[in-house]
Design a binder for this molecule. Structure first.
Ligand code: ADP
Ligand code: MG
Length: 610
């Protein structure tokens, strides 16, 4: 026999506690709600006091507009808010809070007292609550603003209390939740006290709220990479994107330095994060993360902030428009970051030219060979002269005293310094790595990754303006291709031509009549097959990405490969051409190219101190 189930009507207290669980997960959620309220009240200074990871005390005081006496006891009622009157308001809302549930749920899980002086009244007032009692409102001296004091969190809900972690962990959560506020409100003076000791004091800056201030960012994150961050900006379609994004060399295994703000609210959105990372694809090792702070200002009608209990996520009416705005903002910033070189420098004629020398040696070989002809912009001898100029330039200046330790090749300024550094000698090991010996360190260069990078950069420039040296094939390479490949080639023929491939489709077969010189040793059929294997559907959304994907795929077939013995001149080419790259840090697939090791590091392995 079936047991009869009893249907219980939950008491309002239990209901409140359940609801509280969604909004108030842990002490840090209380901090967030209270700080939101202070910001909504127009505070220019907010002081947060935490004791025992917030478990025994959270106190947030502000100098905002305050709460009128007559409202004091009501603000703790569920769904009571001064910020929202009807559904229409929800669509235009810019305040942090709006559901009127924070204070009521906080009261459901702790002891709360509020002291506040409303701007329009003469004296301050005080009220205190527990989950089942409420004090009378009494007047009390206070100059301005509001203090909310929350004590004994989850004391009345042992189950939840049990789930709290250590004091230290809860405290860390609080700092993590505060960090975005510190970043996005440089106009607000924040103080944080941990067990009565001041641990953070961020003076306000003369900027508007929601505008990042680099000094504030540095004060908050305390990371050197902040200095190297680049401003991001895009405006259009009712969306404004601004913020800061890290230099590609500052990539991290994991990073907590990724922040997204939508209309001043800290949120997480995978789509936006992906849009940022997309811009970095060619510059950082696969799977690595990059620090960024992206702020998006968008018409509130185009975003729903009411989809998450703690408002940690938002939903855009037109997400792709937002992603594309972010992507554009970031790629613009990146372009600036990686074209740091002073291209006009002495013997470096123009920026395109600097990618030529790598292949001049081969050009010469092939030029002297009878059956190959060159069609080119800029004669072979020009390129040769140029190559020599670069080699000369890089030699005689002597070692500079840069601080050196073991690391992958990092920030941009270093590369410039290496151009002036004398190379003692070149070696090759394992048919894979070129060792470059300097006076006080060595570089281990992945020869294929380096060559790929050089070719990639050269080709990416010729996608727009043909500037590759072309080698005509005596006997064209022919291969069978599928119908969709033909369609693809038709569509992108000009691009393929610009890259230096002269192709023709005859009777359903592809005939390749000329190729860029750097592919003279490559398996052209395989190269084209790799291009056809690219995820075109995905790339089609954005022509620029498709171009770059194609170029990266081609660069992979570059003539210097792993497993190939290199003579000294080729090793030199690898090194000097790499120095001339916009981004010598990683190959187009994101693998690192250079590993540096200092003499000190090597000496220390042998316990040698001199
Ligand atoms: P919400 O923020 O969604 O309106 P809350 O429960 O957080 O809901 O707060 C309820 C109301 O209490 C707010 O609408 C506001 O009028 C008032 N309030 C709370 N904290 C403050 C504060 N620090 N300064 C001024 N008013 C406050
Ligand atoms: Mg609120």
């Amino acid at each position: 026999m079936k047991k009869k189930l009893q249907l219980n009507k939950l008491s309002s207290e239990v209901i409140n506690q359940i609801a509280a669980g969604e909004v108030i997960e842990r002490p840090s959620s209380i901090v967030k709600e209270l700080v939101d309220n202070s910001i909504d009240a127009g505070a220019s200074k907010i002081v947060i006091r935490i004791r025992d990871g917030g478990m025994s005390l959270i106190e947030v005081s502000d100098n905002g507009g305050g709460i009128p006496k007559e409202n004091l006891s009501d603000i703790f009622l569920a769904h009571t808010t001064t910020k929202l009157a009807n559904m229409d308001d929800l669509n235009t809302l810019l305040s942090m809070g709006f559901r009127g549930e924070a204070l009521s749920t906080i009261v459901a899980v702790s002891k709360v007292s509020v002291t506040s002086k409303y701007d329009g009244e003469k004296v301050g007032n005080k009220i205190s609550f527990t989950s089942d009692s409420e004090s009378k409102v009494s007047s009390t001296p206070r100059e301005s603003g509001t203090v909310v004091k929350v004590e004994d969190i989850f004391e009345n809900i042992p189950v939840r209390k049990k789930y709290l972690k250590t004091v230290q962990t809860e405290y860390r959560h609080i700092v993590d939740i505060l960090t975005p506020y510190f970043l996005i409100y440089p106009n607000i003076h924040f103080e944080l006290f941990k067990n009565d000791k001041q641990v953070i004091n961020l003076l306000s800056k003369e900027v508007n709220s929601g505008i990042l201030d680099k000094d504030r960012v540095k004060e908050v994150l305390k990371q050197d990479f902040v200095d190297r961050m680049e401003k991001v900006f895009f405006e259009g379609n009712g969306i404004k994107v601004s913020g800061l994004t890290a230099h590609p060399s500052d990539h991290k295994k994991r990073t907590k330095f990724q922040h997204i703000f939508v209309n001043g609210r800290s949120v997480w959105d995978n789509g936006i994060a992906r849009a940022v990372i997309q811009g970095y694809e060619r510059y950082i090792p696969h799977g690595e993360k990059i620090p960024f702070i992206i702020t998006i200002n968008i018409n509130p009608e185009l975003v729903d902030v009411n989809i998450h209990p703690r408002k940690e996520e938002v939903k855009f009416l037109n997400p792709y428009r937002v992603f594309s705005a972010v992507e554009q903002a970031v790629s613009k910033a990146l372009e600036k970051l990686v074209s740091y070189k002073d291209v006009g420098k002495k013997n470096v004629g123009d920026s395109k030219a600097q990618y030529i020398p790598d292949f001049t040696r081969k050009s010469k070989d092939y030029a002297s060979s009878k059956n190959i002809t060159f069609s080119k912009r800029g004669s072979v001898s020009d390129s040769l002269k140029f190559s020599e100029a670069i080699l000369k330039e890089s030699k005689p200046l002597g070692a500079s005293d840069i601080g050196i330790q073991t690391s992958f090749l990092k920030p941009e300024k270093e590369v410039g310094e290496y151009k002036a550094k004398e190379v003692v000698s070149f070696y090759q090991i394992f048919k894979k790595y070129v060792i470059v010996e300097f006076e006080n360190e060595i570089w281990i260069v992945d020869q294929h990754a380096a060559a790929e990078r050089v070719t990639f950069e050269k080709l990416s420039k010729s996608v727009e303006i043909k500037n590759t040296d072309i080698q005509n094939l005596l006997v064209p390479t022919e291969m069978g291709i599928t119908h969709s490949d033909i369609e693809f080639l038709k569509e992108y023929k000009k691009m393929v031509n610009n890259l230096g491939f002269d192709i023709e489709i005859k009777k359903g077969r592809l005939s390749i009549k000329s190729i860029p010189v750097e592919f003279v040793h490559a398996d052209i059929e395989k190269l084209f097959n790799d291009i056809f294997d690219m995820d075109i559907e995905d790339s089609k959304k954005n022509l620029d990405r498709l171009k770059m994907d194609m170029v990266a795929t081609m660069a992979c077939h570059t003539s210097i490969r792993a497993g190939q013995r290199l003579d000294i001149p080729l090793m030199k080419d690898v090194y000097y051409n790499l120095l001339d790259c916009d981004n010598p840090y990683s190959c187009p697939h994101g693998r690192p190219i250079v590993w540096r090791m200092s003499i000190e590091e090597i000496d220390s392995k042998f316990d040698r101190t001199y």
